[in-house]
Design a protein around this ligand. Structure first.
Ligand SMILES: NC(=O)c1ccc[n+]([C@@H]2O[C@H](COP(=O)([O-])OP(=O)(O)OC[C@H]3O[C@@H](n4cnc5c(N)ncnc54)[C@H](O)[C@@H]3O)[C@@H](O)[C@H]2O)c1
Ligand SMILES: [Zn+2]
Length: 355
């Protein structure tokens, strides 16, 4: 369909994988590895192989699925596997999977022998619209997310919506939250288009628009010195809720579900501190509450949530920093708010269900 240029590499959309074989052949890689987890080995690898037609010259590295495996122990396992295969600096790693695979695969590749090339083929909606674009790689340390990582760009990214066919609905909805965020921070028309669409039939055009928005932002500010922070809308409170839920809930919220909570709370802060209108907040809130499962932020969790927000690596001088909406489609960053405002936003969230 289309190609986007991103800081010297291309993001290919619905092109099939022919351009990838061209890259492999032109760079004359000594070996090619495909990194998958058990689920993508089952659901995505057959599609990948079919798309590659007669190209079969790769070795497979498979890991267990899930965020709990995005850690240093698994990286050591992969580095050792690469050594066992006698992989030199001229080898290529193809990451075929969700954000865990592209984050961890990118990290392993960017550090093995001081860096080998890698290609991302994201297979979840979340990794297509978010994780595989922008050059952040990383792993978790002691369950603290993305504590160690690099900024490293892939040789190319291939986005093929065919891979999404096997994705469970809950995962689809998780990625959809990031798309809604892209509309909220940068494009009101896009937000309204998403609102009148069905997430179960998410279109390639909508995915393209999301990637375009993320790509524009990260191209302007690759190292998150300023503008890139707008991508954190909903994430300051959302990450805290996600971490809390992971530790305390029987069926923890996933990333998108937690970010939906965060976008409502931070919408409230945007009304209080920026210029977002009450009616806009009401529109965003009712849309998100209609899509995502009911969740209660218990009063007893408030202090712990504030502590999680305080340890966010994006803070400056111990101050919790927010990205807040000026209106639907426009976002400001480095906004400071009081602790009381944050607590009010959590209470506001709960009131929505009691109304
Ligand atoms: N680098 C970044 O800029 C960035 C941005 C956002 C998120 N992330 C990271 O991304 C991760 C979350 O990404 P995710 O939600 O894709 O997680 P994930 O990789 O764990 O995928 C979710 C689940 O779906 C399965 N799966 C993947 N593709 C499938 C398919 N096509 N069909 C069926 N099942 C499939 C996986 O095996 C896994 O069980 C987090 O670790 C987060 O930190 C990184
Ligand atoms: Zn996110």
């Amino acid at each position: 369909m289309k190609t986007l240029d991103s800081a010297g590499h291309s993001i290919y959309f619905e092109t099939g994988l022919a351009p990838m074989t061209d890259i492999i052949n032109s760079e004359k890689y000594s070996k090619v590895f495909v990194f998958v987890d058990r689920n993508t080995a089952e659901s995505c690898l057959p599609i990948f192989q079919e798309m590659l037609e007669d190209y079969t010259g790769f070795d497979l590295i498979e890991t267990d699925p899930g965020e709990e495996n995005k850690n240093i122990d698994f990286c050591i396992g992969i580095w050792k596997t690469l050594l066992d295969f006698e992989a030199d600096r001229k080898c290529l790693m193809i990451n075929l999977g969700g954000g865990v695979i592209t984050d961890m695969g990118g990290f392993v590749a960017s550090t093995y022998k001081r860096g080998i090339d890698f290609i991302n083929i994201p297979t979840t909606l979340l990794s297509q619209v978010d994780a595989s674009v922008g050059g952040k790689t990383g792993i978790d340390i002691d369950n603290v997310k993305n504590m160690v990582g690099t900024f490293s760009l892939p040789q190319a990214v291939f986005i093929e919506t065919l891979f999404l066919k096997s994705l469970p609905e809950r995962e689809l909805l998780s990625g959809f939250a990031e798309m809604i965020k892209h509309g909220l921070i940068a494009d009101a028309n896009y937000f309204h288009q998403l609102k009148s669409s069905n997430y179960k039939e998410v279109s390639a055009e909508a995915i393209y628009r999301s990637v375009e928005i993320k790509n524009e932002v990260v191209t302007e500010d690759p190292y998150e010195r300023g503008l890139r922070k707008i991508l954190n809308y909903g994430h300051t409170i959302g990450h805290a809720v996600e971490t809390y839920s992971l530790i305390n809930d029987k069926r923890p919220l996933n990333h998108g579900e937690a970010i939906a909570v965060g976008m409502i709370c931070e919408g409230f802060l945007s009304v209080k501190n920026n210029t977002l209108k009450e009616e806009e907040l009401a529109e965003v809130t009712s849309y998100l509450l209609g899509l995502y499962p009911k969740y209660e932020i218990k009063t007893k969790s408030h202090e712990e949530l504030i502590q999680f927000m305080q340890s966010d690596k994006k803070n400056e001088d111990g101050q919790i920093m927010f990205s807040l909406l000026n209106s639907i489609g426009s976002c400001a960053y480095n906004c400071r708010v009081t602790k009381q405002d944050i607590l009010d936003s959590l209470n506001h969230f709960n009131k929505q269900f009691k109304a």
